[in-house]
Ligand binder design. Structure first.
Ligand SMILES: Nc1ncnc2c1ncn2[C@@H]1O[C@H](COP(=O)(O)OP(=O)(O)OP(=O)(O)O)[C@@H](O)[C@H]1O
Ligand SMILES: CC(C)(CO)[C@@H](O)C(=O)NCCC(=O)O
Length: 402
């Protein structure tokens, strides 16, 4: 994949130098069970070649996008992620930057610019905003201004759906179709955020929502079980394995039970999975006898199917036709999206649609970012997002899989 002005998670592999100290403003964090997501603006007089020197190893999701020239400065909107277990890298990264705008704990009051370090405040959401509050204070002198996780997810999703062209798309049979949603016809919808765990939120308006369900079988389950079963070292490796695997080796299909025929009376074809991992019970085989690729494939299919099905059932509960999937589990991965789409289509008999988002993993961080409302900041963000989507269409959505 191409890389333009990217910054990556592998912060441990390089030391920060003084030339990294771009002016950074409006930094927000979403600190989840698996990943820390960060959004910020930077400005500097750096030329593109300086940017090249400044770029970190790119893992395909850390991206700086939307460059524009204001007062001779190059401004950019950045999206980064770090593993939560490596929070020190995130802290090191922030300390290497020159934070020139901090938020205020009092939204109606004066902004706290260049305050003494113990008064510096950044917007943060996710469980880690609570868990790591003392660490940020101790290491960086930064107070995390906690913003509710569900309201950030909803604010981030609403913003993207309203402000960014070509943000939402359907994905079926290897085909990606962008969907332009009429703002007046956006609500209600079901937002399914697939992070470590899964939250399902019925969204009825700008700040009107209810978390109607959730499941602990989510991205953490895929990555956790997948790591144990395949011994792979990274999430991307696990996804890549799954891409090469064949789930029929391990899953028990309707045809396995029905002697190769469909069970058409109840609408099941012979190739429908009757029991995920079901073949592993009868075969006289141990884990080592299965290819990690096939294990990864069955696991991804099982979890994606399950999420698609629960999402559909919740949509049915409330009569919702649109189900929007976010969270870093999706990762623009073709097979994940395909499986979820097929599950929603199958169970709803084509009535409900699964939609995916190009900025899928950054809903919470963007929602926290939207809390910096001062001076029409939302409009600036909007402008950047529009530009960036034109400039870097392929960067954030990781189109190599599509
Ligand atoms: N590089 C990666 N490292 C680890 N997990 C990844 C990576 N890329 C994608 N994932 C997947 O994304 C999931 C985390 O997604 P996300 O960041 O949206 O949730 P989270 O905020 O960490 O979790 P929660 O909201 O439940 O606290 C992981 O559990 C894993 O399935
Ligand atoms: C606990 C949160 C909200 C943290 O992001 C998430 O991981 C989640 O929604 N888990 C599923 C919990 C449940 O509803 O069973």
């Amino acid at each position: 994949m191409e890389s333009v002005g990217t910054e990556a998670a592998n912060m441990g592999e390089r030391e920060f130098k003084s030339c990294d100290r771009d002016d950074v403003s409006h930094l927000s964090l979403d600190i989840g069970g698996s990943l820390i997501k960060m959004v910020y603006f930077s400005s500097g007089s750096s030329s593109p070649s300086d940017d090249q020197k400044d770029s970190y190893l790119n893992d395909g999701t850390n991206t700086s996008i939307g460059t524009s020239n204001y007062n001779g400065l190059r401004e950019k909107l950045h999206f980064l992620k770090f593993e939560t277990s490596k929070i020190d890298e995130c802290i090191k990264f922030i300390s290497s930057k020159h934070l020139r705008y901090y938020g205020s704990l009092n939204p109606g009051g004066q902004d706290n610019k260049n305050l003494a370090s113990e008064d510096n405040i950044i917007k943060a959401t996710g469980g880690g905003a609570f868990k790591f509050a003392d660490l940020f204070k101790e290491k960086l002198g930064i107070v995390l201004d906690k913003v509710d996780e569900m309201s950030c997810l909803v604010a981030g999703a609403n913003f993207l759906l309203k402000a960014v062209n070509h943000e939402a798309f359907t994905y079926m049979d290897g085909r990606k179709d962008y969907v332009q949603i009429n703002h007046k016809d956006l609500y209600p919808y079901l937002l399914v955020n697939v992070g470590s765990g899964v939250s399902m939120i019925k969204v009825d308006g700008d700040n009107e929502f209810e978390r109607v369900s959730g499941t602990s079988v989510g991205g953490g389950t895929f990555w956790g079980l997948g790591r144990l079963l395949t011994k792979c070292q990274s999430f991307d490796e696990l996804l890549e394995l799954s891409r090469q695997g064949n789930n029929r080796v391990i899953d028990m299909l309707v045809g396995d039970i029905y002697g190769g025929t469909d069970y058409s009376k109840i609408g099941l074809t012979s190739t429908t999975i009757a029991s995920s991992f079901g073949r592993a019970i009868s075969a006289n085989k141990e884990l080592d006898d299965y290819r990690p690729e096939d294990v990864a494939r069955s696991l991804l299919r099982m979890i994606s199917n399950n999420i698609g099905q629960i999402a559909y059932l919740n949509a049915l509960r409330f009569g919702l036709k649109r189900i929007i999937f976010g969270g870093f589990f999706i990762r623009g991965h073709a097979y994940t999206m395909d499986t979820i789409s097929v599950a929603v289509d199958f169970w709803s008999k084509g009535e409900a649609k699964a939609l995916f988002l190009r900025h899928e993993g950054f809903l919470g961080a963007l929602g926290a970012f939207m809390n910096y409302e001062k001076n029409g900041f939302t409009d600036i963000t909007h402008q950047f997002m529009e530009q960036s989507c034109e400039i870097a269409q392929d960067l954030v959505c990781k189109d190599e899989d599509l």
